[in-house]
Design a protein around this ligand. Structure first.
Ligand code: GCU
Length: 863
């Protein structure tokens, strides 16, 4: 394609994208934008065309409404005209209407059976729920089965959720911002109140119900006190009402100091009778407004939040005070085990944040009331790209437990990077903790079956006051007004979370396939390609960020996004990896380290204690080893660091080409939405790769066997060019820019702002056509503009661009280092390559380097 037609193509794409964005804005936010699309299927004429709810409960009505809507879409190209019905009801209602068929018992109120029944010479389909909630989940299951396989299986389908608690947490603030949210503002709150327009909340609940999620905790775990104010509770009752038709119960995060902060008491000591009475009255007030209120989430004694430790009390004391008041209403307390000291002494080799949850909560096992569920992040640190499974799951055998995962991609690329997290979650769910030297996979612990017999499941309280309530899974979702999760492919994570919480025996591949068929296309070739991208995305991200158990090597006191390798060292937060000149990794063994490995049951502890048996992907989490230490395949740690970063970045680049191969096979709007995201990711993966690789090259002094690290033959550094107006600046951290330096157009000679700056290189390579990648910094708060010319002539239709992306950080940093590619530029020795940068406010049109590679669309390189 010549550059003119490419220009036209780009202009067209831009127009389509603009129209798409405008239409999305004009259109109300709806669940159809996610996976509930109900695209037409090649349906058999035997699919009943009528829907019959047998009961009048609101959930059955919702189920009927969804079936009608779903069938209208699925059958739109092959409408069925028959007298058969899809009957929806509880088991009892179905038995009454179809006495001739044997419907099995469904003891779990959330479970269901799908089957067929002959009646009056017609074949009806029936959805029999344990109770009406089960009927609702059955309706969604039936629609999912139809979307995927176009027909109902020959034999009855029976399904019950593996665990009773299946919640999403939103970390929304009352002002409408979202802690660690990457998809715009809150759908729940704005300006200190619940939003007037709750249609998106209703649609969200519909989406959640479709994958069996039954609770939604709506506010941030931090700064939660205001949510218990009477006015806010009235507001929250409206939000609960919007989710109720879809069986999603509202929960809120509470601040343990609320009795003092908003209740006017002198204390918040959980054992003080006045404090207990305050909580009881407050909880009664909540239930008077929200009769099906689900419960509280508590973050206490953590990252500056107040907690029982202020009074020498334990988490069990605090949790039980709340739980006792919630119990008569059938509410629960999700007490977070994310309790740790963030003022640790970094110089103390025995200090270890990873130990905190187990050290604090294990001694309290058996001391919690039955409606307390201890909620633990999957790993002992904080949602890193990889961590070992938290040993606390094996350390609480008398307590209900929930696994907290992040759907919002805080440390995993913030939705700008494609990272399908189901494979990570699945590894956690399948991980066998070997408590008591017998099989105790995490999923059985969450289901409440590992240490006790099942307790009857469902939403009800325990049958006896002594047994735990049963656990579950919590997904921190962070949905916002920007198409739920911003990136369309990120929605696979929300979908997968719900599906795994319902059935942790599903595989990530199965789930990806289900999601893709419903959300992208049922075209086999498309399904295969998209699923392959999803499945490779987490390993790729791990490779180009922090492999071998190093965790995401990002600045942990900053944005948690771009590279910042030392950002986690030398401070009290305890996310250390202890890289030094000789080696890397944190010694967490019992023998010589912090003793963390000993928190696991013996069989697992032995594996991690011994460097030879520790799996490579967790090696540096448990051990400090020399750079020349050999992994299981004989490769050295340092060489693995180099190789994995190059491999990861190469995979990200492949994603762009794979997505391009879907053009014309998928919805053009989806295609155009996703393509620039993947192009951005490919560029940012290079920022990550180079940062980590040059950092470890400098620190270790050991060269890359393949000669790539620190060696960029096709790169022209900005600081080496002839600069007019631009000034050379040091980047912090240094590894975030090529050779640590960039150029920035900030101050003029008299101290006034620059109007524009330029940089010029004289080309002295071989003549030919090149793609020129320009690595620049896109700072918040302004839109800098750039122009690329060769010998004073524009370098083509892509030669003018604006730094208008929305990237984190107000300083020049790997967070906002990004690239623009000007394709197919003809160059010969002696040519002057010049970039002019026009800064805009704080955006200083800063540049790192340009990189030349043979043009992919050049006639000389056609493919
Ligand atoms: C992470 C996250 C915080 C959050 C905390 C938590 O540290 O960065 O924003 O408050 O987890 O889970 O409580």
């Amino acid at each position: 394609m010549d550059s003119r037609s490419k220009h036209i193509r780009r202009a067209l794409l831009l127009a389509i994208t603009t129209i798409w964005i405008l239409s999305q804005n004009a259109r109300a936010q709806s669940a159809d934008q996610a996976w509930l699309k109900y695209a037409p299927i090649h349906a058999s004429s035997s699919i009943p065309s009528n829907v019959l709810p047998l009961g009048d409960s609101p959930l059955e009505q919702s189920a009927a409404q969804e079936l009608k809507r779903g069938l209208a879409g699925l059958l739109s190209e092959s409408p069925a005209h028959n007298s058969s019905v899809i009957a929806i009801g509880t088991v009892n209602e179905i038995r009454a209407a179809y006495p001739q068929i044997a419907i099995p018992d469904v003891p779990d109120p959330e479970g269901f059976v799908l089957t067929q029944a002959r009646k009056n010479n017609r074949i009806d389909w029936v959805i029999a729920g344990g109770r009406d909630r089960g009927a609702l989940y059955g309706a969604f299951a039936l629609l999912r089965i139809l979307s995927e396989s176009q027909k109902l299986p020959g034999s009855a389908v029976r399904s019950t959720p593996a665990m009773p608690i299946r919640w999403v947490d939103e970390w929304d603030n009352a002002d409408g911002s979202i802690e660690r949210g990457y998809a715009g503002r809150s759908i729940f709150f704005e300006g200190g109140k619940v939003r007037d327009d709750l249609k998106p909340v209703e649609e969200y609940a519909r989406l959640l119900a479709s994958v069996g999620i039954n609770g939604c905790n709506v506010n941030n775990v931090n700064n939660a006190a205001a949510f218990l104010e009477p006015q806010m509770l009235q507001n929250l009752a409206r939000a609960a009402g919007a989710m109720r038709p879809w069986g999603v119960r509202l929960a809120i995060s509470v601040d343990i100091a609320s009795p003092q902060k908003i209740g006017g008491l002198a204390t918040y000591d959980p054992l003080d009778p006045k404090v207990k009475a305050w909580w009881s009255a407050k909880i009664d007030e909540i239930y008077a407004l929200i009769p099906d209120f689900a419960g509280f989430t508590v973050k206490a004694d953590s990252e500056g939040q107040p907690g029982p430790a202020s009074y020498g009390r334990t988490p069990a004391d605090a949790a039980n005070t709340l739980a006792a008041a919630l119990a008569p209403h059938n509410g629960v307390v999700l007490y977070r085990a994310f309790v740790y000291n963030h003022h640790l002494d970094w110089t103390d080799p025995k200090a270890d944040r990873a130990r905190a949850a187990y050290d604090i909560f294990h001694p309290l096992d058996g001391k919690f009331l039955p409606n307390v569920i201890v909620q633990t992040k999957e790993g002992p640190i904080d949602f890193q790209v990889r961590e070992p499974v938290s040993p606390l799951f094996g350390g609480l055998t008398e307590t209900s437990q929930a696994l907290e995962l992040q759907i919002t991609q805080e440390y995993t690329g913030q939705q700008r990077h494609l990272v399908y997290l189901a494979p990570m979650w699945k590894e956690v769910l399948d991980f066998d903790m070997r408590v008591g030297d017998r099989s105790t996979p995490i999923k059985s612990i969450l289901a409440g079956t590992a240490f006790h017999q099942p307790i009857g499941g469902g939403l009800g309280p325990p049958r006896t006051g002594l047994r735990p309530w049963g656990g579950g899974m919590i997904g921190v979702a962070g949905v916002g007004r920007d198409a739920w999760l911003g990136s369309p492919l990120a929605l696979a994570n929300l979908y997968a979370f719900g599906r795994l919480a319902w059935d942790p025996n599903l595989t990530p591949e199965q789930i990806a396939e289900e999601w893709t068929r419903q959300s992208v296309s049922a075209d086999e070739a498309v399904v295969q390609k998209v699923d392959a991208m999803l499945m490779r995305s987490w390993p790729a991200y791990e490779n180009y960020t922090g492999p071998l158990g190093l965790q995401t090597l990002t600045d942990i006191t900053g944005t948690h996004y771009g590279p910042g390798i030392e950002g986690s060292e030398n401070n009290g937060w305890g996310q250390w990896h202890r890289a030094d000149r000789e080696g890397v990794g944190m010694d967490r063994t019992v023998a010589t380290g912090t003793g963390y490995a000993g928190q696991y049951p013996p069989e697992v502890a032995n594996i991690y204690e011994n460097v030879a048996t520790t799996p490579d992907d967790l090696l540096l989490f448990f051990h400090h080893v020399p750079y020349a230490y050999k992994l299981h395949d004989g490769k050295t740690v340092i060489q693995y660091l180099y190789d994995s970063h190059y491999e990861g970045a190469a995979t990200a680049a492949q994603f762009v080409r794979e997505w391009e191969s879907l053009k014309g096979r998928i919805d053009p709007a989806l295609y155009e939405n996703m393509l620039p995201r993947l192009e951005y990711q490919a560029g940012h993966a290079i920022v990550w790769r180079d940062a980590v690789v040059q950092y470890f090259l400098k620190l270790s002094g050991i060269p890359d066997e393949h000669g790539r690290a620190g060696n960029y033959p096709n790169r022209l550094e900005a600081e080496d060019a002839k600069l007019t107006g631009y000034q050379v600046v040091d980047i912090k951290p240094w590894e975030d820019a090529s050779r640590g330096k960039a150029i920035s157009c900030t101050q003029g000679p008299q101290g006034g702002a620059q109007r524009s700056c330029s940089t010029e290189w004289v080309y002295n390579g071989a003549a030919g056509n090149y793609d020129i990648a320009i690595q620049y910094f896109d700072l918040q708060g302004g839109v800098a503009k750039f122009t690329l010319t060769v010998n004073g002539q524009s370098a083509g239709p892509e030669a003018n661009w604006s730094a208008d992306a929305s990237l984190p950080n107000r300083h020049l940093h790997g967070d906002n280092s990004t690239r623009h590619i000007v394709p197919n530029v003809e160059l010969k020795p002696g040519d002057a390559i010049r970039i002019e940068g026009i800064p805009d406010g704080p955006d200083s049109a800063a540049l790192d380097y340009i990189e030349l590679s043979p043009a992919t669309n050049s006639p000389l390189n056609s493919h």
